[in-house]
Design a protein around this ligand. Sequence first.
Ligand code: FRU
Length: 478
Amino acid sequence: MEKFNKQEIDEKLKAGFPMEHRWHNRFHLEMPFGLINDPNGLAFCDGKFHVFYQWNPLGCEHKNKCWAHTATRDFIHYSTPELALWPDDVHDKDGCYSGCGTVEDGQLRVLYTCNRKEDGVRIPAQRFGSLKGGQIKKEDIIVPDHPEGITGHFRDPYLFTRRGKRYFVIGAQREADETGTVLVYEETAEGWKNLGEVQTRLGEFGYMWECPNLVQFGSYDVLIFCPQGLDERAFDRQNLYQAGYIAGHLSLDSMDMMQHTKFQELDKGFDFYAPQVLTHEGRQILIGWMGMPDKDNEYPTAEMGWQYSLTMPRELRLRQGHIYSRPAREMKDLRIAETAVELEAENTTAISRTLFDGSEILLDMELGESKEIVITIAFGAEKLRFIYDLKAQVMSIDRNEMRNGGRGVRRFRLFADENLSLQIFVDKTAVEAFFQHGEEAASLLVFPEKNIQPELTVESNGRLKSLSGKIWQLDSFK
Ligand code: FRU
């Protein structure tokens, strides 16, 4: 277990990122080596946002789960990442799994799942820790094992408060029928008490729910979670696993999620999972993992020694039971003002522009006679397409014309009558798109063969009444 030498690993991190590689992102958090996944421990403390994430510093496999840590005041400048938490005792010897962050008396604390396997049997324990000197000091275990009626798949606690009392939601699998669920624990004078499952109207809904978050939007509660084992449908659930939510009112007396909406996905792209939300000064800030468990063969950077990135921070709003997501306003500071290119056209069927090495594209279209619009980001002969079918009211994202990495199409319903609006961020491999002012979002990765300036084209099968927008070059995270 001495394989995690903090000093050595931190030294290696200080050497910096080999940014010159054409696939290393500029404004998405990622690591110069190793595999990262879920964002963890999000907290605001000492005037800084703290971002932890799952990290295997020793390779690109899903093992050796540690936590990395970085901090930022503005989501643009980040401290050099450090190794913050790693398996070094019997309780978490098989991984420091996901968890959340909180601030107590000015001290940043985390609550995470200790993963331990004995003869193939999982013994998950939930444990607090405190960030001290760039490292999480492990503290008390508050739940030593899974409760009765729940299998060893019991992980990813997320703290929330209600009327001054603390609770956490945690992902779980029922023993009886091996289906997914979420439990709530309450802090009492005698310790943390299991209040049982959150009752929903979802019925059987996959075999495991990972990474729950319970977030309050005004008087509504939103339960975010990642169900595994749902079937693909025509316009949603098209990834191997989902990341979505139900909105309603959680009664902690009846443990019922009352009057909840249907399950909706937070993101319609190929590469989005295990998001975590931080509530700060009335903002709900989400960071997701741009990756998918059990799909590693779709991500060719492993050969170079690193794998995956996180999304940019997003701000969430709940309107009529639906979550809108927009890039956090801080992302505007990445725009290099002098580079702004105005897009302005009337009665047009096509425009094209060369993009920058890192771009933000804003597009607003009055649809006019158009029935189908194709927005292409071309990397030479390789193409990523967004295709909007007005009659069907369906957006498709097509990655089939990319040579490396995952392929396929993702389709989802998007309502546009007279106007279609998109905001697309194009990093070296990470693309994040926001549709109709945040009504839908999509995160995906592309691995272009050549390091060339991408080209944007917008084509319509009928005249667009107007097209306006802007393109900016974006700066790198610092
Ligand atoms: C989700 C997940 C969590 C777990 C962590 C381990 O991606 O499987 O449930 O805590 O990753 O890295």
